[in-house]
Design a protein around this ligand. Structure first.
Ligand code: UD1
Ligand code: UDP
Length: 384
């Protein structure tokens, strides 16, 4: 029987981190002929992930521009992918999550009547504009896709509410598969300042912030709160903030936080550095999606710098709280976790609602099942 031609498509840092273990799984299974196409919606932040996971894409659209617009990304991806699909004619295209690459990848495949598999399917806030444009991206991919790999049962239910019930598998999130390969006790950082931090004597707080819906006033509020935290707890706290390369974010972070001794504004970290930093940290403040999944698995409390989340599982488990984007609220919630060991202990316990490290295997099994190569459906991931 012919091998199944499966093409993974991704373009940004988080997609790459979460697709990397799946690329490896497909490469290692004899049933698949695996192709990888990157749009390079991100450039440097994508390339470091490709390096760490030793992935050499067969196709690289190299689309990134400084301060690119959503339309530019989408158009460049659509045109570039048309060409790639004509060359390879894959049996299945796999896209991930909710970026513009994800949406354009599934639309380009649909235009050529190529089946689409959506990895990390079914996340929803129900608010069209938050996160923006991700909520609509993932909803539209939900309509275009033939296979839906949901991390959790909650995600499956979200799809069912929209009438999507065929080709749906609950697999766990591939990010937990990735995390299993990066965290090590004896890890040495290439970002030298991270080797010198006093992780036992100080409370090391990891910060990230980049979302488009936070641009403007919300980001001002967040940066002001971070500055207040650094100053109020200058003897106890070290803030480590790897600043996203977006010029909007660079400007917001540097204008508020430059020059504070206990704030370390560093370049984006490689994925293994980031995972090992979180593993050694006290607390995570973030508007990132991926960090909300990784930190709970590492037993680290998270305050989410957004008004809502599409990842309610860790909130229910008590390790993640929504802090919002109002500066004084963020300051108060962080203060409580810095000052009160009891409040901290309530949140700081390892839970893993997002996966058990076997998501990629289940996704590969689900593909084989869908194409009639096996009679056995993949086992369902169950949140313990
Ligand atoms: C994108 C995704 C978002 C995801 C985020 C992960 C969309 C619409 N947004 O947002 O869902 O959470 O990635 O980080 O798909 N830049 C560089 N080098 C890089 C990466 C970015 O210089 O390696 C700069 C460029 O000026 C670029 C800008 O950052 O134009 C913004 O990048 P873009 O992909 O458009 O948006 P993100 O905010 O990164
Ligand atoms: N990450 C990283 N280096 C950094 C910041 C984040 O490798 O400097 C990783 C993080 O561990 C997670 C992913 O990038 O796996 C999250 O990506 P991001 O926050 O850019 O996007 P989101 O998850 O919000 O879509």
């Amino acid at each position: 029987m012919d091998k199944l031609k499966v093409m993974t498509i991704f373009g940004t840092r988080p997609e790459a981190i979460k697709m990397a273990p799946l690329v490896k799984e497909l490469e290692n299974r004899p049933e698949f002929e695996s192709y990888c196409c990157v749009t390079a919606q991100h450039r440097q932040m994508l390339d470091t992930v490709l390096d760490i996971f030793h992935i050499t894409p067969e196709f690289d659209l190299d689309i990134m521009e400084a301060q690119q617009s959503l339309s530019t990304i989408t158009c460049k991806c659509l045109l570039g992918l048309e060409d790639v699909f004509q060359q390879v004619r894959p049996d299945l295209v796999l896209v991930h999550g909710d970026t513009s690459t994800t949406f354009a990848g599934s639309l380009a495949a649909f235009y050529q009547q190529i089946a689409v598999g959506h990895v990390e399917a079914g996340l929803r806030t129900g608010d069209k504009y938050s996160p923006f444009p991700e909520e609509m991206n993932r909803s539209m991919v939900g309509r275009l896709a033939d296979l839906h790999f949901c991390p959790t049962e909650t995600n499956r239910r979200n799809l069912a509410r929209e009438g999507v019930v065929r080709g749906v598998f609950v697999t766990g999130n591939t990010v937990i598969d990735a995390l299993g390969t990066t965290v090590r006790d004896n890890f040495k950082f290439t970002t030298e300042v991270l080797n010198k931090l006093d992780y036992k004597g100080k409370k090391v707080i990891v910060v990230t912030c980049h979302r488009r819906e936070n641009y403007g006033e919300p980001m001002e509020q967040i940066m002001t709160a971070l500055r207040r935290i650094a100053i109020a707890y200058e003897d106890q706290v070290e803030l480590v903030y790897p600043v996203h390369l977006s010029p909007v974010v660079q400007e917001a972070a540097r204008s508020h936080l430059d020059g504070l001794e206990n704030v370390h504004l560093v370049d984006p970290l490689t994925a293994d550095e980031m995972h090992n930093l979180m593993a050694r940290s006290y607390l995570v403040l973030t508007d990132s999606g991926g960090l909300q999944e990784e930190a709970p698995a590492l037993g680290k409390p998270v305050l989410v710098l957004r008004r809502e989340t599409e990842r309610p599982e860790a909130v229910a488990a008590g390790t993640v709280r929504i802090a919002g984007t109002n500066g004084p609220d963020i300051f108060d919630m962080a203060s409580e976790l810095i000052e009160s060991p009891a409040a901290y202990a309530v949140m700081a316990h390892a839970v893993n609602p997002y996966g058990d490290g076997k998501a990629c295997r289940r996704i590969a099994d689900g593909i084989l099942y869908h194409f009639g190569r096996t009679d056995r459906p993949p086992e369902t991931f169950k949140n313990r």
